[in-house]
Design a protein around this ligand. Structure first.
Ligand code: AMP
Length: 489
């Protein structure tokens, strides 16, 4: 065990992950409901998935690498014991070879009985806590930050499981939406800032929880409400629901990138339609930085709603100038630069009839490393575009996320090392512009970013991290001091 980097093991596992979680209690076939719910959350994690069920006596777990449809196809589902309570998890990490031992929900037999946990988010002091727990003799089974919570619950001295759970969460910092199961029922909770989403619904007599409301649409459940930041909702086997707020009142800072890219557009996030927000970002973008053009073209699928809003606001016709193959997953998932390049080509193809001889405005949700945008611009030029103007439906991504959206380290973020002009040259666009941070806030329904008390976590655009970053403080401050900013004269 390397205590200095306890999460970097020989599998090359990564600390940060993107994930989706689901839970149900009181359903006739909890495992089937969970598999269907996870299917709707597949965009949040494509690398691995798992389901844990409880039949009133025992817990059963089934986990596997790959998509929900392959891990939980008919025969595998039949292997999972039935029961009225289940929870599930989809996981995504960008480096290869993430081991089965990190696939959630994690499960442990505690003194109080079985305990399973499914986590979306990232604990930003997990390494520090883990080091201390290992020093005290804890033996970790995985390299996941989530396991820290299990050890903290196990070693807490409070009398009830709920108190031990709260005690554990008081020690962790960062982002967590959690769905936990004990023999007595389910506990769903969101970190005090509500960085990652979590919603609650009803399916007949059953209570369901999910990262996004779209999961309820798919299973036919009724949306009840979002879990509030810092709220802990407990549901027992009789269906009794109780709500606890152990962290007092803290101003919420939900992740704004869920609106930009991460969530499905047909989800409603903290009362806002993700699709409507994305379309409005396009409107703001057109107001802020429109340029003369013949056609507005989205980079599918992520740039689609913003491009519709942009075209509407600017009056420039919207056309599908790029056609996407639906048989290639998210390009970002590929661990190596070469594989990402090849995937962009396989995924997108120019629709020459809509591009040739035209001055085009390309719209995408974000530029991270610049791999996608560079290839897409080249593709438009090869298809005969007269001019290619790139417009981005988020501000420049200048900082890594430490709360569960897997952005690369800062030095690999294009906007961390280049200004907009240099980035335009890098992707070979005739012009490049990003929506402003205030424009983004207007699109989510705020008057603008309240600098004194920002309404969202927008650290990837502003470096204003809402929690301390105990594990990363040293590395980040080193990055900030040493990263060169290339300006083009
Ligand atoms: P890049 O080629 O590295 O600039 O990636 C940019 C594209 O990846 C964007 O157009 C997004 O659609 C997508 N993207 C942005 N952030 C993420 C993320 N954290 N995880 C997966 N995909 C992302």
């Amino acid at each position: 065990m390397n205590l200095t980097h306890p999460f970097l093991d020989l599998d090359g596992d990564k600390l940060r992950e993107e994930c989706g979680i689901f839970g149900v209690i009181g359903a006739e076939s909890a495992v089937n409901v969970t598999a269907l719910g996870l299917h709707a959350l597949q965009h949040r994690g494509q690398e691995a998935c798992g389901i844990v069920t409880f039949d009133g006596k025992e817990f059963y777990a089934q986990r596997g690498l790959g998509h929900v449809a392959s891990v939980f196809s008919g025969p595998e589902l039949a292997n999972v014991q039935p029961g009225a309570m289940a929870s599930g998890h989809v996981r995504y990490s960008t480096t290869g070879g993430a081991g089965l031992r990190n696939v959630q929900p994690l499960f442990a037999d505690l003194a109080s009985g079985g305990f399973s946990i499914a986590h979306n988010g990232n604990i930003s002091n997990a390494m520090t806590l883990k080091r201390e727990l290992v020093r005290q003799g804890a033996i970790f089974q995985s390299t996941s930050d989530t396991e820290v919570i299990i050890h903290l619950v196990a070693t807490s001295r409070y009398p009830t499981l709920l108190d031990r759970f709260v005690d554990a969460l008081r020690m962790v910092e960062g982002a967590y939406s959690l769905i936990c199961m004990t023999e007595n029922g389910i506990i769903a909770c969101r970190d005090p800032l509500g960085i990652r989403p979590l919603v609650m619904g009803r399916l007949g007599d059953a209570v369901v929880f999910a990262s996004e409301s779209v999961a309820f649409d798919v299973i036919g459940a009724e949306f009840i409400r979002s879990i509030d930041p810092g709220e802990m909702v407990q549901v027992d086997h009789n269906g009794t629901v109780s709500s606890h707020r152990p962290f007092g009142n803290v101003s919420a800072r939900p992740c704004i990138f869920e609106h930009v890219y991460f969530s499905r557009p047909d989800s409603v996030m903290d009362g806002r339609s993700v699709y409507a927000v994305r379309k409005q970002i396009g409107v703001e973008l057109a107001k802020e930085c429109h340029t003369e053009a013949d056609v507005v073209i989205p980079v599918p699928d992520s740039g689609m709603p913003a491009a519709i809003g942009y075209a509407h606001e600017s009056g420039v016709p919207f056309e599908l100038g790029i056609i996407r193959s639906h048989y290639v997953g998210r390009t970002f998932i590929q661990p190596s630069e070469g594989a990402r390049h090849a995937d962009v080509k396989r995924k997108h193809n120019a629709n020459r009839a809509m591009v040739e001889g035209k001055r085009i405005v390309l719209i995408d949700d974000s530029i991270v490393r610049g791999t996608t945008s560079k290839k897409i611009v080249e593709m438009m030029r090869d298809a005969g575009a007269a001019e290619v103007h790139f417009r981005v439906a988020s501000p420049p991504t200048t900082n890594s996320c430490f709360y569960g959206v897997d952005t690369p380290e800062r030095s690999k973020l294009l906007a961390a090392t280049m200004d907009t002009k240099a980035m335009a040259e890098f992707i070979k666009a005739d012009s490049l512009a990003f929506v402003s941070i205030d424009g983004l806030y207007r699109a989510v329904g705020e008057a603008g970013r309240n600098g004194k008390c920002p309404q969202f976590c927008d650290a990837c655009f502003t470096s204003d991290y809402p929690t301390s970053l105990t594990d990363n403080a040293d590395r980040e401050s080193h990055d900030l001091l040493t990263l060169p900013v290339h300006k083009v004269a």
